[in-house]
Design a protein around this ligand. Sequence first.
Ligand SMILES: Cc1ncc(COP(=O)(O)O)c(C=O)c1O
Length: 462
Amino acid sequence: MDGTAHENDLSRIVAADKAHVWHHLIQHKPFETNDPRIIVEGKDMRVWDQNGKEHLDAVSGGVWTVNVGYGRESIARAVYDQLLKLNYFAGSAGSIPGAVFAEKLIDKMPGLSRVYYMNSGSEANEKAFKMVRQIAHKRYGGKKHKILYRDRDYHGTTISCLSAGGQEERNAQYGPYTPGFVKVPHCLEYRAGDQGAPTENYGEWAADQIEEVILREGPDSIGALCLEPVTAGGGVIAPPTGYWEKVQDICRRHDILLHIDEVVCGVGRTGTWFGYQQYGIQPDMVTMAKGVASGYAAIACLATTEQVFEMFKDDASDPLNYFRDISTFGGCTAGPAAAIENMRIIEDEDLLANTTAMGDRLHNNLLALMEKHAVIGEVRGKGLFMGAELVADRQTREPMDEKKVQAVVGDCMAQGVIIGATNRSVPGYNNTLCFSPALIAKPGDIDAITDAVDDALKRVFG
Ligand SMILES: Cc1ncc(COP(=O)(O)O)c(C=O)c1O
């Protein structure tokens, strides 16, 4: 089977997929009787499956990635031209698109100055962890090596990223984990009661919980704090008021590097270039992946301050005194070529402003649904990144049974609208519907998404 001669015979593609492809993140038993979904084509915010069925994609490729939408010819052309000129050279040398994109990216990130390339979000976070460990060895006799991560956050799929992962169901059965990662409490105000938090100034209280962990572990043992600006798969958790200012201050006072994981929020998702820019934070390290090239090519970046960079080049006579790391495919030029064009599109089409406007519309529509449907306990998020937490009881906030949450997702899918839900994340709390439409969304798209949810909630909950 050559893969091209059977374009109209997708049953053979489905058979090949069923026989040989091991899909990500999904149980395969049902595929013994049902067909897997195969996405064949995409244009703007819509995708078509093997049966020709059209879907409105409210999750940008399933995992908040295709920020500028499908079928962007100009990105395909930029990648094509670059591949013909030079497809690859190892990252120990530079490349034209690598230099151009780094300059453009740094222009959007005041205070940061260096860009390290690789090809997945997990890898970007691994690199940051490695830098923290190496700094500990170089500067602090190995002592300041611990990395703090937060309950409910996710930083990737490798063993060390899972070691920094605050989602127990995602981590389960993959231990033993890498030592030296220490958990701090989440900052989801809606669940503050479960944490025994006071009813006032929750944001400051949640930040204080981080400092308590630091003081317990010893500030001289902690190298970095790694946080998502808005927690994604752990429940779309936008930080509470007063949180970030205090977190930044805590890091400064204890000489702890602040590593922000922008793999989801980076490059426009919340309406600013980066999620941290919503909160006035000045990070030391920022990792990004998904939206950097909207999935047109694999690219991830770790951006650091000059101060962090300097720590790796201060003594050239020491043969170990540099970041001894490589990512083979970090030298692929398709990534930065696609990323340059992706960024141009966001600027020329004013997509940050659109994200803010359409994010407000999505938020308001979901709030209106909350008036109609008692199962919506809370609506939260930032820009085109929204969550609706479903509960069995608004008073007690008992989480909705996850099968029912999945039934809502399934009903929307049957209507031709792809939405998401937290899944295999936090035990007992896989109950948040997730929305992350492309930044090109129009009012009609947003309304079509929430209309589908309205109908699904009516059908599932009566
Ligand atoms: C916040 C966050 N960080 C890191 C990752 C890992 O990225 P990747 O799947 O590209 O390795 C993800 C993936 O969903 C993520 O949501």
